[in-house]
Design a binder for this molecule. Structure first.
Ligand code: G4P
Length: 526
């Protein structure tokens, strides 16, 4: 293997996703501890945004600003380079999370054993399923009483629509929690409630060995043996290819807070999780280790200082090697650019990067050159697929509140929507601009930023909309007919794609029923 291939294949780029409070921050911190990237517990600032009143979004943005530094945490563990991509904790920024998921090769989902599958996890899993992202589940907080593990597995299958396969199994839970049997490595891990100590695993290949009683007592031994029998009977053998294809999710149990079960998770993760995978572009499939440098922008983070309209554009490297001060092609602008100040993210610090490889994320200082989805290459014209927009959940008409500043307003709307703060639709019937978001907060973010960065004032007008669906049809006549019949409800997005604005679920269902030749999509890529 040459050096480049070696560098790329040792990379594991993933995101941890969860419903707020399930333990994402705690788990991230423990992973960093193992990587030696930090040395004490409590060093990772929670990216969780504390519950604040809506009008307090400035505070939230400040907290998000802090989280830029920890947006990507890279560290070395054994022979691997691990890149953890952090995702915002606040559900109003779910769109950010969706996009982050386009830049990872796999995902770890954290579930709270007492709460099971929660709303945000369900949504994020939809994105993973769509992209066939390999998923590992970590059931957290086993030191607390929770749901029966078998019930939880059923719930995971039903709610997340994925097959599961336990690779570790809890021995009791809550105050009686004794540890886990590591099915994957055939080891017994005994639990010591401590936030710093990692217990030594005991080789335990034969679970019927009477020595088990000496470790966990006869009652728990009996139960564990029965549980494991059931698991072998009900669940197929773990198949790594099925995991890599996104069809089956291995499940681990543990307690992140007590640093229990985390090392097992990490050790299995580095063995089974994928290294950077081929990425599909419109022109061809890009092979990380064969193709020259290429990458795409998946996130843009604005500097909240109104005096500096500067941003950081996050680039996921898809192939080859990035080098400092080298000319690369910004495909959309058809322009060569070089970067002397690109940053790499190592654990908690940002540092200027000289070189980075496929799988890595780098931050590029940006003064308005980049949009979400932009491609940088060594010279080729490539357009990466798989950066869809998702149907927003809230919609408002945006109106100009200061007629002298129309130009500024339009420019602001254009740039902020390029940055991915929200989506813009133009109603074809009345020509009005509609802003779609996943959370109430973004409306305030936009209003504030329009005023402070562009000197423009906007006013929101409510509009009753249920969903915006991207539509297509194999039959151009059917499409034209639909657009004519529904002209009041038709809009275009920024890329001029046709969008149907349904004002209720009923209306959408009727449209689907009445126009069988039209396909309705809830994300912009189909
Ligand atoms: P999040 O990033 O997913 O939102 O969750 P976070 O890690 O911040 O964890 C949420 C709460 O759950 C925290 O408590 C954390 O200490 C606790 N927690 C995480 N893992 C475990 C575990 O394995 N067992 C138990 N019992 N609790 C766990 P908090 O009181 O909200 O915050 P803090 O004051 O402890 O930081």
């Amino acid at each position: 293997m040459n050096e480049l291939t070696n560098e790329i294949r040792r990379r594991r780029t993933f995101a941890i996703i969860s419903h707020p409070d399930a333990g994402k921050t705690t788990l991230t911190e423990k992973l960093l501890l193992f990587g030696g990237a930090i040395h004490v517990a409590g060093a990772v600032k929670s990216n969780k945004i504390k519950k604040t009143a809506v009008s307090d979004w400035m505070e939230i943005e400040k907290q998000r600003g802090i989280s830029v530094a920890t947006s990507v945490m890279g560290f070395d563990y054994e022979e691997h380079k691990i890149n953890i991509l952090d995702t915002p904790g606040h559900q109003d920024f779910a769109e950010d999370t969706y996009r982050t998921l386009t830049a990872v090769d796999s995902v770890i989902i954290v579930i709270d054993t007492a709460k099971g599958v929660e709303a945000q996890t369900r949504k994020l899993m939809e994105v993973c399923r769509m992209r066939k992202t390999p998923v590992i589940v970590f059931v957290n907080k086993m030191d607390r009483d929770g749901k029966d593990p078998f019930d939880l597995l059923d719930e995971l299958e039903q709610e997340l629509h994925i097959h599961v396969r336990p690779l570790s199994w809890p021995i009791e839970m809550g105050s009686k929690f004794k540890g886990v049997y590591n099915i994957y490595e055939e080891k017994l891990d005994l639990y010591v409630p401590s936030k710093q100590v990692v217990t030594e695993s005991i080789e335990f290949k034969d679970i019927n060995n009477p020595d088990l009683e000496n470790h966990i007592g006869s009652e728990s031994s009996e139960k564990l043996r029965a549980d494991l029998d059931l698991i072998t009977g009900v669940y197929p053998q773990f198949d790594i290819d099925a995991y890599l294809a996104g069809d089956i999710a291995p499940v681990f149990f543990g307690s992140a807070l007590n640093n229990f079960g985390v090392k097992e998770l990490l050790d299995c993760f580095i063995r089974i999780a994928p290294f950077p995978r081929p990425v599909v572009a419109t022109e061809k499939t890009v092979i990380p280790e064969n193709d020259p440098f290429s990458g795409f922008i998946f996130k843009i983070h604005a500097n909240m200082d109104p005096n500096h309209r500067s941003c950081i554009a996050f680039l996921k490297i898809c192939s080859g090697k990035f080098e400092r001060n080298t000319n690369y092609k910004h495909v959309r602008l058809d322009k060569m650019m070089k970067f002397s100040q690109a940053t790499a993210f190592m654990a908690q610090k940002k540092e200027t990067v000289d070189e980075a490889y496929a799988g890595d994320i780098i931050g590029l200082p940006d003064t308005g050159n980049f949009k979400i989805g932009d491609t940088l290459t060594a010279g080729e014209n490539l357009h990466f697929k798989g950066l869809p927009s998702f149907s927003p959940e809230l919609f408002k008409y945006i109106e100009n509140a200061d007629p002298m500043k129309t130009k500024q307003l339009n420019k602001g709307i254009d740039q902020l929507t390029d940055e991915g703060v929200a989506q813009l639709f133009i109603n074809q019937y009345n020509g009005r601009k509609i802003i779609g978001t996943v959370g109430q907060l973004q409306f305030e973010v936009i209003q504030y930023r329009l005023l402070h960065e562009y000197g423009a004032q906007c006013r929101w007008e409510s509009i009753s909309l249920y969903k915006a669906c991207w539509i297509e049809s194999n039959s151009p006549e059917a499409l034209e007919n639909f657009k004519k019949r529904k002209y009041q409800y038709m809009a275009v997005d920024k890329q001029e794609r046709d969008v149907f604005l349904a004002d209720s679920n009923y209306m959408l269902q009727m449209a689907q029923q009445d126009f069988p030749d039209i396909k309705f999509h809830f994300s912009s890529e189909f």
